[in-house]
Design a protein around this ligand. Structure first.
Ligand code: C5P
Length: 224
């Protein structure tokens, strides 16, 4: 069978990365979490006090950022490196989550990330998840999936994830952050989150992980 590109988009915490990881493992494809790139850029901006209003500061900062993905045998996934530093854990912190949608709305930031994402898809055999993968990064992807899930299911899921490293986190805090990011991501001028016309809809609220994977593997078979 031919290698294809699988683009997965949707709101925050709909289970996109979990599905993408399962698919990549099953198919022997690369998995790229595009959100991790926006998070790593945000971490750099926070550390270096980059003003989001100052375009020359932003361009200057971007010219000093090198992002790469390195496969981690233990976790069986690619960890993101920011200028040779493993930031996989740091980018999950709330301080980054609070700023990332604002940073990701900046035109220069998006063209920086999208150029690199497009290069990663050159050889196909890739699963990428994000907000604009089916619409902007890979408009010709053979399989596009738009994921949704019940909002409360999403809040509880993200809460459980964050609670492991931050026992002070509250459900309200997580709910507020998801609502804010979804609002900014859907309403920004540059590449807003939308379902591509040819994307298949996948509701993740009720299916088990196994049921969901089986369903998507059928879609892959029809296209590869
Ligand atoms: O996927 P994740 O929730 O980690 O993404 C973090 C943020 O990065 C999103 O809320 C969104 O603002 C931004 N993002 C984006 N485009 C993508 C992936 C993520 O704007 N393709």
């Amino acid at each position: 069978t031919n290698k294809i590109i699988i683009a997965i988009d949707g709101f925050s915490s709909c289970g996109k990365s979990t599905l993408a990881k399962q698919l990549a493992a099953k198919l022997g494809y690369a998995f790229i979490d595009s959100g991790a790139m926006y998070r790593a850029i945000t971490l750099y901006f926070i550390r270096n006090n980059v003003s989001l209003q100052d375009h020359s500061q932003i361009l200057d900062a971007l010219s000093n950022i090198h992002l790469s993905f390195v496969f981690n045998e233990k976790s069986q996934q690619s960890d993101i490196y920011l200028n040779d530093e493993d930031v996989a854990h740091l980018i999950r912190e709330m301080t980054v989550a609070e700023k990332v949608s604002e940073v990701a709305a900046i035109r220069e930031v998006r063209s920086f990330a999208v150029a690199q994402q497009k290069r990663m898809g050159k050889k196909k055999g890739i699963v990428m998840d994000g907000r604009d993968i089916g619409t902007v990064v890979f408009p010709d992807a053979e399989l596009k999936i738009f994921m949704t899930a019940d909002p409360e299911v999403r809040v509880k899921r993200r809460f459980q994830e964050l609670y492991v490293t931050n026992p002070h986190i509250t459900l309200d805090e997580v709910r507020h952050n998801l609502e804010m990011r979804d609002y900014i991501d859907s309403n920004r001028e540059e590449s807003p989150l939308r379902r591509a016309e040819d994307a298949v809809l996948l509701d993740n609220s009720t299916l088990t992980r196994e049921e969901q994977l089986a369903k998507v593997l059928d879609w892959v078979k029809e296209r590869a």
